[in-house]
Design a protein around this ligand. Sequence first.
Ligand code: G6Q
Length: 549
Amino acid sequence: MSLLTESKVWKDLNSHYNEIKSTKMIDLFEADKDRFNKFSFEFDDIFFDYSKNIITEKTIELLISLAEQSDLKIWIEKMFSGAKINITENRAVLHVALRQKNGDSVYVDGWDVLPKIKSVQNKMKDFCKNVHSGLWQGYSGKKVTDIVNIGIGGSDLGPAMVCDALKYYAVEGLNVHFVSNVDGTHISETLKKLNPETVLFVVASKTFTTQETIANATTAKKWFLEKTGNNEKNIEKHFIALSTNEEAVKNFGINTNNMFEFWNWVGGRFSLWSAIGLPIALYIGYDNYDKLLEGAYKMDLHFRNAPFEKNIPVLLALLGVWYNNFFGCRTYAIIPYDQYLEKLTDYLQQLDMESNGKYVDKNGEFVDYTTGPVIWGKPGTNAQHSFFQLIHQGTQLIPADFLCPIENLNDIGEHHQILLSNFFGQTEALMKGKNENEVLLELRKSGVPDDKIKIILNHKVFQGNKPTNSILYQKLTPELLGKILAIYEHKVFVQGIIWNINSFDQWGVELGKQLAGKILSELKIPDKISSHDCSTNGLINYYKSKKNK
Ligand code: G6Q
């Protein structure tokens, strides 16, 4: 048994779960008219309601004791002060320093990281200004019209999601494209839309060795040279790099004056706050990008200073642990009722599943409890017309976060009220359900005969008691998005601390990088392969026998 599952508070939570598991939320609301006020609060322009959960005050007390037992407060301070909490890579975890606004020094290996951060941010700001004003020109003297980010994983998902979410704030006359997949279709279809005279390729890679990114960047370079008379000199006006690896950037043929640096203490999935955020700053303007950072900083202060019982990331994390480890929920849905947040779940999938998809704890032992859940979701109301069926009437319990703005950036006719009525209505229905009597009455009222009622009755019953958190925010602004992203980053952090895992490495991702390299060399030779298991050999050899037929 692990220290965690052996601990008194874990056992207390287990007994409490057995007491409460069949409790109906609807009865809890009935018994306590103040339940909404007890389990909801406001922070800035965000309202957080977690009253529609299968919890009582005792649940929260016990969960907070669990956080205290894990020394959460100490770990938070360790992260913010630059301690090397990424133990398997011996690195600090300092994405929070990238958005720090109070100027306090943060030291890693004896040097203050803030002046370096500031200097790169100033370089990004100047670069954006030059691109927007047209001072930065393509080789033939034209202004940039298209930014193409070439990167994958953490060097793609964050900037792609933020650019999409904040397109309302986009600078006029500038398009942004994201190429990530090594499937030649991605770069080919993107290149078709571009004019070599006005394109700016942003090669984004922390290591600058990632196979997919280098393959796509090489194809982009070849295309560019072919279209522009093979003059290597032209490259410097059309290719820039975001990386930690100056040597590799130079070897690729990008002038290092056109490189924007970041550091190994910025994890890939946390890197949109670093130079990796440059496409965002180009697309929405540096001032708006800075507001995104400001929002995240405000949430950092809230996370660091608010008591756990009034701390949005901490509560979200603890509720996630409650359902994951005690109710046995294996997945967690995130449903934004905000079309601009269409890509949020793709981004959060990486953030959460890459961070907490781990079965070995910080002591190198296999865990005897479940860790990170499967994160998924799509915007409402679309989701209501697809997978909501399973959330309402499926055999699994799926906790969910619902997010929605109070003001819509596109306030047309009744659209927003319709959207809101679905947002409020779904969380209510998930909690309340619809009992047999209600269904019976409804069917009788619409004149359905008794023999038909017998057949249909159970199909129309909703057991309810499905937990949701509601996150209402004033409106989608860069600052608000910064706050939302920081909420989820810190939620993932807290869960990693409770589960005693290292949320900051990704050995499962590294494995993929190694495997593909070995097989690639085998694909290049005509001979049959026998170095793998017979299924893998068989598949590779079948491919070889069929290609170019
Ligand atoms: C993120 C991961 C991973 C990484 C990509 C791209 O935390 O480390 O998604 O971002 O594999 O890596 P590079 O930026 O080095 O190309």
